[in-house]
Design a protein around this ligand. Structure first.
Ligand code: NI
Length: 402
């Protein structure tokens, strides 16, 4: 048996024996979800567990969240460091599942699987700590708060000195992916997830009697033209080879049949997959809105709130994780991930440190279950904990031993 196979078998058996304990932890976190930046109970739980298995907690970068270090014993001289990250916050949703471990917090639910991520990373920490004497480097465990709420928790941790204190050569993250069966992971090299920006548009006209539109400046008609004109951004500005989305998803103005209102407000989202196109789209949004408004005798303002950037999986580390996942799960366990137009603040770490974001299959192969992310019935298959712990442990190990 090769050295690598021996490590894999060791991880596999450790993962299997820890599984019941990690399921219990996941259910405990699930029962007590906490909103972004309020993850005090979860933070205490994570700290206690990590201290208990002998990890060092050296820094509290933010009020919630935990960063801990595992020192591997097996290499002398300059030691390599790999980062593993889980997000720990929940969503403002009322759970509709009927488990005995349902959320006891009214209107708060782990509907994005961050309870799974947290439990999986705790399990990974235990698996690797049990093998620390042979571990060919150090592992940094990043339990990050506030992924669900802008500006996120990643950038504040970086601002607070995460990468000034630690210099990992790679960082890996994992996310539940209910569109893929349990037991598999999906991986993609290059851009994986979109930059997501919020758009707020105000159209200022001049109100008046609806029977005499020539004496008013109608912001409703102008808003309709603006919405239509914005469609050319995706069809005529973005290259056909570049995915992009512009959606206007709210429109408010007027409240009577016979009054032209003074103002219309709209909001929406812009999703792009590369930072250059993102910038171009910002300029062209502004131009299109201004020119359309002016041509129709009204004024408009556009406010763009910058969201998370494009999530870019560095090719070298992504190939290393891909090989590790193949070695651990076999050929049928690894799939190429499609592009995702959702956004993730893991993207900020990848602006400073190469790495990869892995999608973890948590589906039961039945699309009827309604268990999409951010649904009140989101219900990941817990057996994915086995896959997640195994892949994270072995990816870290094989990166350090490369
Ligand atoms: Ni999430």
């Amino acid at each position: 048996m090769s050295h690598h196979n021996r490590v894999i078998e060791k991880i596999r058996s450790s993962v299997a024996s820890l599984y019941p304990e990690i399921v219990d932890i996941r259910r405990d976190i699930h029962r007590h979800p906490e909103l972004s930046s309020q993850e005090f109970r979860t933070t205490a739980l994570v700290r206690d567990y990590l201290l208990d298995i002998g990890l060092k907690i050296e820094h509290d970068f933010l009020e919630t969240g935990v960063v801990a270090l595992l020192n591997g014993g097996c290499r002398t001289g300059e030691k390599d460091l790999v980062g593993l990250r889980a997000d720990i916050d929940a969503l403002p949703l009322e759970e509709e599942n009927l488990h005995d471990f349902c959320s006891v917090e009214k209107g708060v639910m782990h509907a994005c699987g961050h309870d799974m991520h947290t439990a999986i990373l705790l399990g990974t920490a235990k698996v690797l700590s049990e093998m620390r004497d042979e571990l060919p480097g150090d592992v940094l465990f990043v339990f990050q708060p506030s992924e669900e709420k802008a500006p996120g928790g990643a950038q504040p941790m970086i601002d607070a000195g995460l990468f000034r204190t630690y210099h990992p050569s790679a960082i890996f993250g994992i996310h539940c992916f209910p569109y893929l069966e349990t037991g598999k992971v999906a991986i993609r090299e290059g851009s994986l997830m979109a930059a997501a920006d919020e758009l707020y548009i105000k159209v200022h006209g001049e109100g008046g009697h609806a029977s005499s539109p020539h004496k008013a400046a109608d912001p409703i008609l102008a808003a309709a033209h603006i919405i239509t004109a914005l469609q050319h951004l995706v069809s005529r500005v973005a290259s056909p080879y570049e995915p992009a989305v512009v959606s206007i998803s709210s429109i408010n103005g007027g409240n009577a049949t016979n009054i032209i209102p003074g103002t219309v407000s709209m909001s929406g989202t812009l999703r792009t997959m590369n930072e250059a196109l993102r910038e171009t789209m910002h300029e062209r949004l502004e131009q299109t809105i201004q020119h359309t408004a002016r041509g129709l005798g009204v004024e408009a303002e556009l406010d763009i709130v910058h969201g998370y950037p494009v999530l870019y999986n560095d090719p070298l580390t992504t190939r290393a994780v891909h090989s590790a996942a193949l070695a651990y799960l076999g050929d049928s366990g690894v799939r190429e991930c499609e592009l995702l137009m959702t956004a993730e603040d893991f993207a900020y770490y990848l602006q400073h440190c190469p790495g990869t974001f892995i999608q973890l299959g948590t589906g039961r192969g039945n699309a009827e279950q309604g268990d999409t992310l951010h649904s009140p019935r989101f219900d990941p298959d817990e057996r994915a904990i086995l896959t997640g712990m195994g892949v994270m442990s072995y990816a870290a190990w094989s990166w350090l031993g490369r």
